[in-house]
Design a binder for this molecule. Structure first.
Ligand code: SIN
Ligand code: FE
Length: 312
């Protein structure tokens, strides 16, 4: 993994120059798929100072019920805020709506090959100090992990996230781990890859999948999961549970300074956040068919090891 600084970016002219924008967009996508992090020293999209100020002065309760505030662009819904005055909630909603629209517009220029195909996922605002949070093991983000969403299976689609540290003085401190192929090679079998792959391929597993549309009515989330989603959820938990991996696994400490933005496939790049408060993040799901190199994706890497398809 390395941090790739995109420093000749100037909003908005830099990326609209047709001479190099397409070539550069393909290059950026390839770097991300190789497990690198694209890094911008300054916020590369429009973010009015008044909005920044509003977010920085939000006082969140320290309740562990809400790790963050989420915004669902498709439904235009805000979730996870502590009860505050109605005007404040409305303002927060407006700020999140604008942030999400701006970051997506920026990403659609930066990563042109993905944008016609991606699925817009949630955006979030993370107002709490990350250091010393008291969360159950599997919810702890200070332990190295790869991302997988229990409630939103991707069936092989990639989790791409764009983060911005809006703290004025404090960096957001991450640990970044080894490449996914290494993680998959060393840990996927122990985490249960073969068992899940075999279960999905048994007549009972196939039958369960065939009836998924019916189950869907009862247990929506489980029914939509492919074997891939089960493996990734298991790997997420397994890595957080594995003390030796946490202690001895390869990792690089990375400080994202105030005002910086970074983009990364968090389903493949192991990461942990050690400290920092006040970050924004937008998630996009990139379908496997839109990737520059689908063979480098976690789905294909895990299938290589399992020796069978995990897409069902
Ligand atoms: C995560 O582990 O996905 C969260 C990282 C962060 O909030 O900086
Ligand atoms: Fe994560």
């Amino acid at each position: 993994m390395s941090l790739i600084t995109i420093d000749d970016f100037s909003y908005p002219q830099g990326w609209t120059d047709p001479k190099h924008s397409e070539e550069r967009a393909r290059w950026c996508c390839s770097q991300l798929e190789d497990g690198h992090v694209l890094f911008f020293e300054r916020i590369p999209f429009d973010f009015p100072e008044a909005n920044l100020h509003f977010l920085r002065t939000q006082q969140q309760s320290s309740s562990s019920l809400h790790k963050n505030i989420s915004y669902r662009p498709h439904q235009d819904k805000l979730r996870g805020f502590a009860a505050e005055a109605r005007e404040e909630v409305e303002r927060l909603h407006e700020v999140m709506r604008y942030y999400s629209a701006q970051v997506v517009e920026f990403l659609s220029r930066l990563l042109v090959p993905y944008s016609p195909h991606w699925k817009l996922d949630f955006a979030s605002f993370r107002p709490l100090e990350e250091q010393g949070r008291d969360l159950p093991l599997h919810k702890r983000n200070d332990l190295l992990h790869v991302d997988a969403f229990p409630g939103r299976p991707t069936r092989g689609g990639r989790i791409l996230r764009c983060f911005t540290n809006i703290n004025l003085t404090q960096p957001r401190r991450w640990l970044i781990g080894d490449n996914f192929p290494e993680i998959a090679k060393h840990y996927s079998i122990d985490a249960g890859l073969q068992k899940i792959a075999q279960r999905a391929a048994t007549p009972a597993g196939a039958l369960r999948k065939a009836f998924a549309p019916l189950q869907h009515l009862v247990r929506r989330r489980t029914a939509e999961r492919a074997a891939y989603d089960e493996v990734m959820l298991r790997l997420h938990d397994y890595l957080k549970e594995n003390e030796a991996f946490q202690r001895e696994g390869t990792k690089i400490r990375t400080d994202f300074p105030p005002g910086s933005t970074w983009i990364v496939f968090t389903d493949a790049v192991p990461h942990a956040v050690l400290s920092g408060r006040l970050a924004l993040e937008q998630t996009l799901i990139i379908p496997i068919a839109a990737l520059m190199s689908p063979e480098k994706s976690p789905l294909r890497k895990l299938e290589e090891i399992a020796g069978r398809s995990l897409a069902n």
